[in-house]
Design a protein around this ligand. Sequence first.
Ligand SMILES: CC(C)(COP(=O)(O)OP(=O)(O)OC[C@H]1O[C@@H](n2cnc3c(N)ncnc32)[C@H](O)[C@@H]1OP(=O)(O)O)[C@@H](O)C(=O)NCCC(=O)NCCS
Length: 329
Amino acid sequence: MTQLLKVGIAGTGSYVPEKVMTNNDFTKYVDTSDEWIRERTGIRERRFAPEGMATSHMAEIAAKRAMEAANVAPEDIDLVIVGTVTPDNVFPTTACQLQRRLGCVRAGAFDLAAACSGFIYSTSVGWNMVRSGAARNALVIGAEKLSNLLNMKDRTSCILFGDGAGAAVIRPMDGPSEILFSSLHAIGDTEEVMILPAGGSRMPATKDTVEKELHYLRIKGREVFKFAVSKMVEQVELCAEKCGVPVSKIATIIPHQVNLRILEYASEKLNVPMDRMMINIDKYGNTSAASVPIALDEAVRSGRVKRGDLVVMVAFGAGLTWGSVALRY
Ligand SMILES: CC(C)(COP(=O)(O)OP(=O)(O)OC[C@H]1O[C@@H](n2cnc3c(N)ncnc32)[C@H](O)[C@@H]1OP(=O)(O)O)[C@@H](O)C(=O)NCCC(=O)NCCS
């Protein structure tokens, strides 16, 4: 049996577009207010990518920053995974476009669709490929342009999301850095809690689907709320147990930036102070698969997460999917 290698995150990078959409900007489209959005979600603003900027363009910048931080050359990357539900095209994949543009000439590349859990899933796959020796340097990315899918007439969903990308290079490492544990889960969503109704093989794009506004995402926010709190608590406790420590020993939790109130409930149930959670939802809203890697990158670059710190990343999303990764950064 192959000996598993000790593998860590060598470097991170992220990118958000320049255009800021404040809460007040949404009052032009729907009956809402800055106060309602801030109090019910914790979001103050988010970024929207301009027309012509695709998911791959944001991913490319984040990936270059991650490779630079990891001191890894593009030709040494042998696996590119892009967690996204807003690919540039259904095919060719965003990962293949990136593989070429980045010059990762030796790399296999694929997209991974797990919605907001996309980076957790991608990291878990990358980690297992590298530790088994099937790849040496994996570039894992979470990138989304959700602004394209927002129905700007639906106040319950359009205010929640933003665009962006985050990336990490995973490779064998000396020293304290090590990915320790990961767990991935799913339960098929038969209730259409979160769905993009049209545009797939079940309901291809037609004039009718456009007129019926079936190319915009739909969510049942209240149901997501309960699901998110319970999964976040469960996953953080599981990571602590698998790492053989109490939850209080986790230096930083990097949660999917879904709603500040969800994170507050979870912090109360876990008995973890809010300052141990990395939170940037106020600036970017929910960027789906990009949310965890953007928060990770900000935590690393600001010095909040240091080498050797025990970090737990946790996310949940459409599918339904959820999962976690525990690591010594
Ligand atoms: C969407 C979400 C912010 C709604 O917050 P909530 O506290 O659950 O609010 P409710 O859905 O109970 O709605 C309360 C009222 O506010 C209204 N409301 C909803 N969005 C509003 C907005 N943007 N501005 C003003 N009022 C709004 C509702 O219409 C409702 O009015 P009513 O009582 O007259 O029917 C919250 O449920 C959430 O964040 N859910 C998870 C987000 C999510 O699904 N993320 C994607 C997957 S990871």
